[in-house]
Design a protein around this ligand. Structure first.
Ligand code: SF4
Length: 258
């Protein structure tokens, strides 16, 4: 059975889809978002992490699909009672496509709801085989302007935008997740471009506005990496509400957080 790299399994998660969920975090991501609060997810293979007491611990481990499914099975009663399920997150889960496909196939055999948290940066032929198994795509949308996308995440967004359009064409359930990073993604121009892009797709998806947080900063120190956004502070509640109202002018389900 396929093996892949994961860096965490979080049980009883309440924010990554409906009901009580177990979130499986796959390692590896082709993006380098300046604000990434899971920098330990970016490199595919396990790496060292310096703890505050001076000890060094490896982050990430190789696990088989079978091992993960056994872990999931222990909590099946909670998923059933809360209409919850499994969320696959990262990193970018599509970065390990064969492992991901086998994982979701096996989870679906347990008849569980599956959400995939993705930034959609992979060729469509890696995404299409997943469609029969994924109940809900949690899809990150950061910029419409490809230059800004490249400067702030390290990659162009052409694939991301075309894959999103295809998911809608295939009538998939998609939640749009927009990170609100002050002075980076929260500019009037960027938010209006995102809103116009979604309007032009003719869709009314649930939208989650995810306020920037500083929870990941200490991880950069532990990895011996430089954090470039130290000057940026989380957006105020008022700013988040203004952005929410702006999206509510065009869409019916717009939530802060989630
Ligand atoms: S896509 Fe997610 S995991 Fe990858 S760098 Fe950006 S924030 Fe981090």
């Amino acid at each position: 059975m396929a093996e892949g790299y994961i860096f965490d399994i979080k049980k009883f998660a309440l924010h990554d889809g409906p009901g009580i969920r177990t979130t499986i975090f796959l390692k590896g991501c082709p993006l380098r978002c300046l604000w990434c609060h899971n920098p330990e997810s970016q490199v595919l293979i396990p790496q060292n992490y310096h703890l505050t007491n001076g000890a060094i611990t490896p982050i990430g481990k190789k696990r088989s699909v079978k091992q993960i499914v056994q872990e999931i099975e222990k909590d099946i009663i909670f998923y059933d009672e809360s209409h919850g399920g499994i969320t696959i997150s990262g990193g970018e889960p599509l970065h390990q496509p064969e492992f991901l496909l086998e994982l979701v196939r096996n989870i679906k055999e347990l008849d569980l709801n599956i959400a995939l948290d993705t930034t959609g940066y992979d060729p469509w032929d890696k995404i299409e085989p997943l469609l029969p198994y994924i109940d809900n795509f949690l899809y990150d949308l950061k910029f419409i302007d490809s230059f800004l996308h490249k400067v702030n995440t390290g990659v162009d967004n052409a694939l991301i935008l075309s894959n999103l359009q295809k998911l809608f064409n295939y009538k998939q359930n998609v939640n749009i997740r927009i990170p609100i990073i002050p002075s980076i993604t929260d500019t009037k121009e960027n938010l209006s471009q995102i809103r116009d892009f979604l309007v032009q797709l003719g869709q009314d998806p649930p939208i989650n506005l995810l306020p920037y947080n500083e929870l990941g900063i200490h991880k950069y120190e532990q990895l011996d990496w430089e954090y470039q956004l130290l000057q940026i502070k989380p957006p105020s509640e008022e700013e988040m509400k203004q952005i929410q109202s702006y999206f509510q002018e065009k869409f019916t389900q717009v939530a802060i957080g989630g």
